[in-house]
Design a protein around this ligand. Structure first.
Ligand SMILES: [Zn+2]
Ligand SMILES: [Zn+2]
Length: 489
């Protein structure tokens, strides 16, 4: 019987806590390792039972019939027919060989498309274009690199380790070949596909089914060989050659489809492949840090769905103590506090929340938040001149002109020494002129800049603005110059 996740209906449960009687999906337990099948309950911290992911996907040995039907669809049949019969129709031997080589590449490319297509859960073959289009050709190139590397490794092991070591390496290479193809199809890079650690852990994670699949692969190859032999024994070479090519291509396609299905069936357990790669590139603590972040996200999600808003709030505050300006956490806190209309906390966190909103140019959000605070605390003012100007800018662009003027009120008296006075009053002038059509008041602010902000770079432009205000034109900065002196032209 399959259960859904308690917090994500529609998502199949992977874990069950017998203590709390709660089912969890993998989104609820981002830190859990499905490979080791161990996870602790986020509520009571006790070990949970792993329900597995295989229980939603029919194991491959129960649907062998559909594997054999797989090649008999229009797209794969066309690919196989073109790739096996066209070279045989060629007049000269050379064109036939060249054509044959090119078409085998296309066939191989199509086979790799089959693996990744199946691994994504598509049980119908990929379209024809996957064989003859340009995309995916690098996987084929990588496959040749892998083969070359494996041959080189076998030779080297024979040269430096003697015949016994070489035999062991060959045995491992043969056993790991399907695993290597699977990794190559998913990672599209040769390195991971020959890394013995990757190969061994993939085989270990899949466990017995891998060897079962291996058995089927051998059977398939024997069957294909027998069928080809039959063709050669009973038909002339002109018929038996293409027929045998057709048969082997069909069997190969079934084989690649099976490999893809195994990836699909064990997708959860195999997530490790990509992770293993990341581990090599970055320091371990990065990964732990990311795991912790995902755990916190999952906790927040669960508590929100349980209606434990106080819990969410304290988690967010705790996180913000460690990382004061974490944008994701500030965003979550902003949404939570606004939804709860928690004016007291909004006031307490307003410098950081407003800075976050200003960073995103979210004039709407700034207006809503300041309005909420002002309702409870009509004398509220921003104490940081730079933040006030940034917020006012965002508000101006969303046409919240009253709020702009409110933030910039008495700016020069409150922050007499601030460098922000000039930009603040230019913004006030623009708001009055462009937004509210009050040219005289706008001129008063501009005049203030001209008289009092002599050292600010904006001072140079203030005459342009004043001229525009006199003519009741929208206030716009001087045209951008590209630093070319016209007299020099
Ligand atoms: Zn529990
Ligand atoms: Zn869930």
């Amino acid at each position: 019987m399959n259960h859904d996740c308690h917090y994500h209906p529609g998502e199949a449960a992977r874990w069950h806590c017998s203590e709390c009687q709660v089912h969890y999906c993998s989104r609820c337990l981002p830190e859990a390792d499905p490979g080791s099948r161990q996870a602790l309950c986020p509520k009571c911290n006790k070990a949970m039972k792993y329900l597995g992911s295989g229980n939603e996907v029919v194991p491959f040995w129960q649907r062998l019939g559909s594997f054999f039907r797989y090649p008999f669809h229009a797209a794969p049949m066309t690919v196989i027919a073109i790739c096996t019969f066209v070279p045989a129709l060629m007049q000269s031997a050379i064109t036939s060989i060249v054509m044959g080589a090119l078409l085998s590449l296309a066939l191989l490319k199509y086979n790799y498309a089959v693996i990744s297509h199946t691994a994504e859960g598509h049980m119908m073959p990929p379209p024809l274009s996957m064989a003859f289009g340009g995309a995916g050709i690098n996987t084929v190139v990588m496959q040749f690199l892998v083969i070359a590397a494996v041959i080189a490794i076998i030779m080297a092991s024979g040269m430096f380790g003697g015949p016994i070591v070489m035999m062991l390496v060959i045995a491992f290479a043969v056993l790991a070949m399907p695993a290597s193809i699977m990794i190559l199809a998913m990672e599209q890079s040769a390195g991971p596909a020959i890394n013995p650690i990757n190969l061994a852990s993939l085989i270990a994670r899949i466990g017995t089914p891998y060897f079962l699949l291996y058995g089927y692969l051998i059977l398939l190859m024997l069957a294909s060989g027998a069928a080809q032999q039959f063709a050669f024994a009973h038909f002339p070479a002109t018929i038996s050659q293409p027929v045998s090519g057709f048969l082997s291509s069909t069997f190969t396609l079934i084989l690649f489809h099976m490999l893809g299905y195994l990836l699909f069936q064990y997708q959860e357990e195999l997530g490790f492949v990509a992770e293993l790669q990341e581990e090599d590139n970055g320091p371990m603590h990065d990964m732990h840090h990311r795991d912790r972040t995902r755990r916190v996200d999952a906790d927040i999600d669960m508590h929100l769905k349980d209606g434990h808003y106080d819990r969410v709030e304290s988690i967010l505050k705790e996180q913000l103590k460690r990382d004061a300006h974490n944008p994701a956490r500030l965003g979550q806190l902003y949404k939570l506090l606004m939804a709860r209309r928690d004016v007291e906390q909004l006031y307490q966190y307003h410098p950081r929340l407003l800075a976050w909103l200003a960073e995103r140019n979210d004039g709407e959000g700034i207006d809503e938040m300041i309005s909420a605070i002002l309702e409870a605390e009509p004398t509220f003012r921003l104490e940081d001149p730079e933040l006030a100007v940034r917020c006012a800018n965002a508000l101006y662009h969303r046409k919240h002109y009253k709020m702009v003027l409110r933030l910039l009120q008495d700016f020069h008296k409150r922050f007499p020494d601030s460098q922000e006075v000039a930009p603040a009053y230019l913004l006030a002038a623009k708001t009055l002129a462009n937004g509210m059509g009050q040219w005289e008041k706008a001129s008063a602010f501009l005049t203030f800049i001209r008289r009092r902000c002599l050292t600010h770079p904006l001072h140079e432009q203030v005459d342009t603005y004043l001229a525009q205000a006199r003519q009741k034109q929208p206030l716009q900065g001087p045209k951008a110059s590209f630093g070319i002196d016209e007299s020099g032209l």
